[in-house]
Design a protein around this ligand. Sequence first.
Ligand SMILES: C[S@@+](CC[C@H](N)C(=O)[O-])C[C@H]1O[C@@H](n2cnc3c(N)ncnc32)[C@H](O)[C@@H]1O
Length: 205
Amino acid sequence: MNDSDEVGVGPWSGPWPEDDRYDPELLAEGDRRNVVDRYRYWRREAIVADLDEHRHDFHVAIENWQHDFNIGTVVRNANAFAAKAVHIVGKRRWNRRGAMVTDRYQHVHHHDTIDGFVDWAQRHELPIIGIDNLPGSVPLETTTLPSACVLFFGQEGPGLSRAARDASRLVCSIAQFGSTRSINAGVASGIAMHAWIRDHAVIPR
Ligand SMILES: C[S@@+](CC[C@H](N)C(=O)[O-])C[C@H]1O[C@@H](n2cnc3c(N)ncnc32)[C@H](O)[C@@H]1O
């Protein structure tokens, strides 16, 4: 692989920048991280602080009673669409592989129980919107999501638990047309977050 095929940039050339958002080690050695160009050479804390200025008003949450392998993808999507934060409900440990280190730039909170999560959402006046293709769900495609909300995903296998459904103000389904019962929660999270983006985000021209 030649240098031009590599992701990122090599060592800084030219006068050393004064701005303390820059990381001296990255400036000296190059920045090969999976970040957008405007954050090249920035310290991680500086990137998080800048993202915090622009995060959207939706949060995402996922149940984690069986170490769901989709959580990494949910975190990566939450980072891409600038969700305010990710909430893991259930077991604390989750498989970080699919996150591709985006969890370093994302606020990830843990709630031991559904009750604890519901309590948090109520204190922050955030309606919980379940995302699942359950009986009684309404089509995501024809529903406008609230601008401030938590999108709540279930696990591979059981989907949203009974308690999670009861905690949801409404449950939205993603239309499917094939033979499979469902798509995976990681993919569903990208579709649901992008539905929020289509409803509410300011799209750069
Ligand atoms: C693999 S699904 C399992 C549950 C599904 N209710 C079933 O009957 O098979 C895991 C999670 O992905 C999300 N999901 C998968 N397919 C979906 C769809 N068509 N609409 C909305 N959410 C979906 C939901 O959050 C769901 O809890």
